[in-house]
Design a protein around this ligand. Structure first.
Ligand code: ADP
Length: 451
C-alpha cells in the first residue's frame, strides 16, 4: 500500500486524484509552478512543493524537479493525470530507476502506443480492426501520392508521434497532397521534434467512439463500454457521452471483447482508451491513449466505479476489483468541457474569476479547480472545468445538463458555456445525430452572429 502519492499535474485533474487518495487514506503531495502557488490543487493537497517557474517545460514537464519532489516529500508513487508526463516513456523509466512507482502502464506499453505506426501494427496483430492506410511511415510526397491513388482521395496525413490534433492534414486530391504533406511534417517537427508521417483513408462521416479498458498487468482485463466524443472542434473533444447513442448492446459486447482481449494479451496495466472511428457499423482503430482521459467521468457515472482508485490499486499490485460480469451500465452520462475561451473564436481568455458558483443537485458533478478570486494563469491549457450529468436515460441527462448549465456561474472571463446553451437548442444534438464534422460545419454557419 502507498502512504503518499505525488500528483504531477495541476487543475481539475490534480483535484480528482487528491480526492481519490483522501478516500483511500493516502496522503497527497501537490507540485506547482510559481504561477500556481495559489492554485486549488495546492490548497487541497496534504502537502505541496514548488517545482519551478511558470513555463511548463521548466516545471510540470521537468522530470528531475518532479522526482526530486518525491524524494524530498517521501512520496512513493506518482500519478501523472492526463497531458504533461502521462505518456512520456522516458519519464516512466526514470521514475522506476529511482525506485518509485508510476501510476500507469509500463514504459514499454507507453512507447509502443505512443508511436502511432507501431500502435496500429500491434493492434492489427491482436485482431483489432484498423483504418486502411499506409504500411508504416511515408518517406516522401511521391510515395504519398502513390498511396492516394491506391486508396482514393480524400486521405489524411498524420504524425507518427502526433497528439492533440497536431500534425494532421487532409488532402482531397493529388493537387493538395504536396502542401498537406509538408505542413503535417513541419507541424509535427515543431511540436514533437519528429517529422515522420503516415497516411490513412479519410473517413467522411464517422463518429468518434472510444472504448475504456482496464488491465491489471497480469493478463486480466475488462472493458467499460464506449464513450461517444464526436462533437469536436479542430480534432479536440468538447462534448462527450456514454453510452454512445448509436451503439447497440451487441456492438458494445463485440468491440469491447476484442479490446479487453487485446489489453489482456499485452499484459497491459492500468487504465487505457482504445479510440475508433465508427462508420456504417464498422469500427476502425486510430490510436490508444495509455492514461486516464479527460472524459473518464462519464464512464464512472454509468458504471459506478472510481477509475482513479482502480489505477492506484493496480499500481499497488492488486488485481482488478471488478470482473467483466460485475460491470453493468446504469443510465446515461454527458460531459461538457468548460474552457476559458471566447466564443465563437475560441481565443484563450485567462484572467480573474470575480464570481464562481458550481451547479449541484441529483446527477450533477462539477470537476473544477476554480474559486472566486482565482486568477487563471495564461501559461496552461484553457480547460477550467468539466460539468458531468447523469440521468436514467439520454433525455433525462440532456434536461439535467440544461438545468445545471443554467445554475453555473463563471464571471470575470469568457467561457465556452454559451456554446453548450446553443448546442442544446439543436435537434441533431438532442437526437444524437452527428459525426465528427458536425460541430465544425455548425460553427461555420456562424450560430453566434445573431446573438
Ligand atoms: P490525436 O492523437 O492528435 O488526437 P487521433 O488519431 O486521435 O489524433 O485523431 C483525432 C481526431 O482526428 C479523430 O477523433 C477524428 O476526428 C480525426 N481523424 C483522425 N483520423 C481520421 C481519419 N482516418 N479519417 C477521418 N478523421 C480522422
Amino acid at each position: 500500500m502507498f502512504d503518499k502519492i505525488l500528483i504531477a499535474n495541476r487543475g481539475e485533474i490534480a483535484l480528482r486524484v487528491i480526492r481519490a487518495c483522501r478516500e483511500m487514506g493516502i496522503a497527497s503531495v501537490a507540485v506547482h509552478s510559481t504561477a500556481d502557488a495559489d492554485a486549488m490543487h495546492v490548497r487541497m493537497a496534504d502537502e505541496s512543493i514548488c517545482i519551478g517557474p511558470a513555463s511548463s517545460t521548466d516545471s510540470y514537464l521537468n522530470p528531475a524537479a518532479i522526482i526530486s519532489a518525491c524524494e524530498i516529500t517521501g512520496a512513493q508513487a506518482i500519478h501523472p493525470g492526463y497531458g504533461f508526463m502521462s505518456e512520456n516513456a522516458r519519464f516512466v523509466q526514470m521514475v522506476e530507476d529511482h525506485g518509485l512507482t508510476f501510476i500507469g502502464p509500463s514504459a514499454q506499453h507507453i512507447r509502443v502506443m505512443g508511436d502511432k505506426i507501431t500502435a496500429k501494427d500491434t493492434m492489427k496483430e491482436l485482431g483489432v480492426p484498423c483504418v486502411p492506410g499506409s504500411e508504416g511511415g511515408v518517406p516522401d510526397v511521391e510515395a504519398a501520392k502513390q498511396i492516394g491513388r491506391d486508396f482514393g482521395y480524400p486521405v489524411i496525413i498524420k504524425a507518427t508521434a502526433g497528439g492533440g490534433g497536431r500534425g494532421m492534414k487532409v488532402a482531397n486530391s493529388e493537387a493538395e497532397m504536396e502542401r498537406a504533406f509538408q505542413t503535417a511534417r513541419a507541424e509535427s517537427k515543431a511540436a514533437v521534434g519528429n517529422d515522420e508521417v503516415y497516411l490513412e483513408k479519410y473517413l467522411q462521416r464517422p463518429r468518434h467512439i472510444e472504448i475504456q479498458v482496464f488491465g491489471d498487468g497480469k493478463g486480466n482485463a475488462v472493458h467499460l463500454g464506449e464513450r461517444d466524443c464526436s462533437l469536436q472542434r479542430r480534432h479536440q473533444k468538447v462534448f462527450e457521452e456514454a453510452p454512445g447513442p448509436c451503439i447497440s448492446e451487441e456492438e458494445r459486447a463485440r468491440i469491447g471483447a476484442v479490446c479487453a482481449k487485446a489489453v489482456g494479451d499485452l499484459k497491459y496495466s492500468g487504465a487505457g482508451t482504445i479510440e475508433f472511428l465508427y462508420e456504417d457499423g464498422e469500427f476502425y482503430f486510430i490510436e490508444m491513449n495509455t492514461r486516464l482521459q479527460v472524459e473518464h467521468p462519464v464512464t464512472e457515472a454509468i458504471f459506478g466505479v472510481d477509475l482513479v482508485r482502480e489505477q492506484i490499486r493496480v499500481a499497488e499490485g492488486y488485481t482488478l476489483s471488478f470482473g467483466q460480469d460485475d460491470l453493468a451500465i446504469n443510465g446515461h452520462a454527458i460531459e461538457v468541457r468548460i474552457n476559458a475561451e471566447k466564443v465563437p473564436n475560441f481565443s484563450p481568455c485567462p484572467g480573474k474569476i470575480t464570481q464562481y458558483h458550481a451547479p449541484g443537485g441529483l446527477g450533477v458533478r462539477m470537476d473544477s479547480a476554480l474559486y472566486q478570486g482565482y486568477s487563471i494563469p495564461p501559461y496552461y491549457d484553457s480547460l477550467i472545468g468539466k460539468l458531468i450529468v447523469h440521468g436514467r436515460d439520454r433525455n433525462e441527462a440532456l434536461s439535467r445538463l440544461n438545468r445545471a448549465l443554467g445554475e453555473l456561474i463563471v464571471d470575470g472571463v469568457d467561457t465556452t458555456i454559451p456554446l453548450f446553451h446553443a448546442l442544446l437548442q439543436e435537434d441533431d444534438v438532442l437526437t444524437g445525430d452527428y459525426n465528427i464534422h458536425w460541430l465544425e460545419k455548425w460553427l461555420a454557419k456562424d450560430p453566434f452572429s445573431a446573438a
